[in-house]
Design a protein around this ligand. Structure first.
Ligand code: C2E
Ligand code: MG
Ligand code: MG
Ligand code: MG
Length: 283
């Protein structure tokens, strides 16, 4: 009897695995057509200065609307694109679309606005990144310093020597570099000092429920001190509550991003947010 249940369980497990494999293959096949079928689009999450509550820039976030399954979360499809190499073409599309959008908003609302674009570890290791950024800057004509490339701390530190070379080339173009999900990887302090980084983005895990845990508060304080010592800007990610915002503002975080102010927005909603805050603070 025991043997039978064991076998039944094994069969079930096997079927689940098969189902997962089939789904994964289907996902891969669907992704191959997604770019040509124009199923990708961008949402833009405002990055806000808590001092005056004004939008200083946006992070572009990739969205995929599958014709049958609807919206698929990036955490599900980006790893597949990385493994298959599709991320290079899609990443170039994201860069171009985000910079075009920025150019419009800079003209209409505020020439100081910035755009942050996520760059995957695979794009970062590949040969194309600097060339793609060069081309997009030329095509869109945005000021290079209004583009911020977000690389995760783990992607950068995985090959910090490579990062030194790529960052130098990006700096030569005039674009800015942010370390994303900061605090979740292992940063070498000496590389942090040597790499021409502009911004640390404190990972959401340190920001959420910040009001409840003393250790989180101390970690955020140390990151803010470190950033100050190295002359870097800080963005606190995933700010959801007023209590979190108050603490971050008191600790001196210049910029925040999170549901408390705005969720990632469709372009027309992001434009409305810009229109609502008006031209008041151009002084
Ligand atoms: P990320 O770069 O750290 O982006 C921030 C993520 O946190 C976004 O998730 C955003 O929607 C979410 N978020 C922002 N504020 C809050 C908040 O207050 N609470 C909570 N719970 N979440 C918040 P999203 O859009 O699902 O993207 C997930 C990840 O996928 C991104 O993390 C980034 O690593 C990756 N990704 C997104 N777009 C792109 C892209 O165009 N290229 C690449 N290579 N990766 C991308
Ligand atoms: Mg990011
Ligand atoms: Mg992040
Ligand atoms: Mg994150």
């Amino acid at each position: 009897h025991a043997k039978q249940t064991g076998r039944a369980r094994w069969v079930m497990f096997d079927q689940t695995m098969q189902l997962a494999a089939v789904r994964r293959l289907q996902l891969e096949a669907d992704l191959r057509d997604a770019l040509a079928r124009q199923e990708f689009f961008l949402h833009f999450q405002p990055i806000v200065a808590p001092r005056d509550g004004r939008v200083r820039g946006f992070e572009a976030l990739l969205r995929w609307r599958h014709p049958v399954h609807g919206l698929v979360p990036p955490a599900e499809f980006i790893p597949v694109m990385e493994e298959t190499g599709m991320i290079d073409a899609v990443g170039a599309w994201v860069l171009d679309a985000a910079c075009r959008q920025l150019r419009d908003w800079q003209r209409t609302y505020d020439p100081q606005l910035t755009m942050s674009v996520n760059v995957s570890a695979v794009q970062f290791t590949g040969e194309d990144l600097v060339g793609t950024v060069t081309r997009v800057l030329a095509d869109t004509g945005i000021p290079p310093a209004s583009l911020k490339l977000e690389l995760t701390e783990s992607a950068v530190m995985a090959d910090a020597e490579h990062a030194l070379a790529v960052f130098a080339a990006l700096k030569a173009l005039g674009v800015l570099v942010s370390l994303d999900d900061f605090g979740t990887g292992y940063s070498s302090l000496s590389y942090l000092r040597r790499l021409p980084i502009d911004t640390l983005k404190i990972d959401r895990s340190f920001v959420s429920k910040l009001d409840c845990f003393d250790d989180k508060r101390q970690i955020v304080e140390v990151v803010l001190m470190l950033a100050r010592a190295l002359g870097l800007d800080v963005v606190a990610e995933g700010v959801e509550t007023e209590a979190e915002l108050d603490l971050l503002r008191d600790m001196g975080s210049d910029l925040v991003q999170g549901y408390y102010y705005y969720r990632p927005l469709a372009p027309e909603d992001a434009a409305r947010a810009l229109a609502e805050q008006g031209q008041g603070a151009m002084c």
